[in-house]
Structures are given as structure tokens and as C-alpha cells.
Design a protein around this ligand. Structure first.
Ligand code: IMP
Ligand code: MG
Length: 172
């Protein structure tokens, strides 16, 4: 496996993103992060620790992939949020935007819950793979069309623990 983004590169970029997010909301207003499980767990953990404004957290789980590196195009809601979103500033925190199908689905269902604002933060973006146009306000890194693992991202549930992001050798 080739390292694409090492741990310190990721951490530096996350601190920048956290600062940018905090500056773009009115001072004193709470930001509610919605972590998309499972892939978004490590990014969320580091992003939230780099933030010093009022911030709350919730978790949602969706599934769009079986044991394959190809998107099925099907999105299923596996775990819903614990609390409502009405009148709140929501930031969806996701690991990667690939075809855009997962985020489009998530943005639709969360927007229907009447948040005050709804934005999205993704650590990675693979624009060459996009099938639907989706708005992502905060992007950590734009990458080429490689299947990547580590830092929350998996292949068949493996490699989520790596503190860096690597390209999987065998793209089977
Ligand atoms: P999309 O719906 O095609 O945009 O895919 C989004 C989801 O697919 C992400 O949240 C990941 O869980 C998964 N995914 C997409 N690309 C990769 C990758 O390169 N490595 C690991 N997971 C990926
Ligand atoms: Mg994911």
C-alpha cells in the first residue's frame, strides 16, 4: 500500500478546516456536527477536537457499499440521529465524496428536518467519479480516482485504524 496522505498532513489540513468552519458561522451560535458512520468517525474525532466554539455531535449510519470497491448506487439508512435538527446549524461530516449518491441522499433527508443551515465537510473528494452534482462546502483533499483506505476508510471493514490514507494495491 502506498501512503497518499500521511498523518501530519491530515492533521494540518483538519486544523485549517476547523478554523474555516468556525469563522464562517455567527459568533456564539452552536454548530451541530453529524458524523456519518462508520467512515467519518476518525475525521469527526479530530475535527471536533480542533474546534473551540460551541459544538454538539450526533451520529448517523448509512450503507452504500457491499464488499466491493464499486458503488451499488443504493443507499440505506442503518442508524438515525438521536435528536432533531430544526433551527440548528448542521454540518454533515463524511469521509469521502465519490459518486455523490450517499451525500445527495443524506442532504435530502436532513434538509427535510428544517435545519437553520445545512453544510457538508468531507475529508476527501474524488471529483472524476461524480455521478450527481452535490455541494460540499468544506473539502480536505481532492484526490485522483484511487480506492483509498485508512483514517476511517475501509475495504471490507479492514484498514479503518490506519492513521494515514493509503492507496489499496489490489483494486479487485
Ligand atoms: P458515494 O456515494 O459514491 O459518494 O460514496 C460514498 C461512500 O463510499 C463513502 O462514504 C465511503 O464509505 C465509500 N467510498 C467511496 N470511495 C471510497 C474509497 O476510495 N475508499 C473507501 N471507501 C470509499
Ligand atoms: Mg462513508
Amino acid at each position: 500500500m502506498n501512503v497518499l496522505l500521511d498523518a501530519s498532513t491530515i492533521q494540518t489540513r483538519i486544523r485549517e478546516l476547523a478554523g474555516q468552519i468556525e469563522r464562517e458561522y455567527p459568533a456564539g451560535e452552536e454548530i451541530h456536527l453529524v458524523c456519518v458512520l462508520k467512515g467519518g468517525f476518525m475525521f469527526t474525532a479530530d475535527l471536533v477536537r480542533a474546534m473551540s466554539t460551541r459544538v454538539t455531535l450526533d451520529f448517523i449510519a448509512v450503507s452504500s457499499y457491499a464488499k466491493s470497491t464499486k458503488s451499488s448506487g443504493e443507499v440505506r439508512l442503518l442508524k438515525d440521529l438521536d435528536s432533531g435538527l430544526q433551527g440548528r446549524h448542521i454540518v454533515i461530516v463524511e469521509d469521502i465524496v465519490d459518486t455523490g449518491l450517499t451525500l445527495t441522499y443524506l442532504q435530502e433527508i436532513l434538509r427535510a428536518r428544517s435545519p437553520k443551515t445545512l453544510r457538508t465537510a468531507c475529508l476527501l473528494s474524488k471529483p472524476s467519479r461524480r455521478q450527481v452534482a452535490v455541494t460540499v462546502e468544506y473539502i480536505g483533499f481532492t484526490i485522483e480516482d484511487h480506492f483509498v483506505v485508512g483514517y476511517g476508510l475501509d475495504f471490507a471493514e479492514q484498514f479503518r485504524n490506519l492513521p494515514y490514507i493509503a492507496v489499496l494495491d489490489d483494486e479487485s
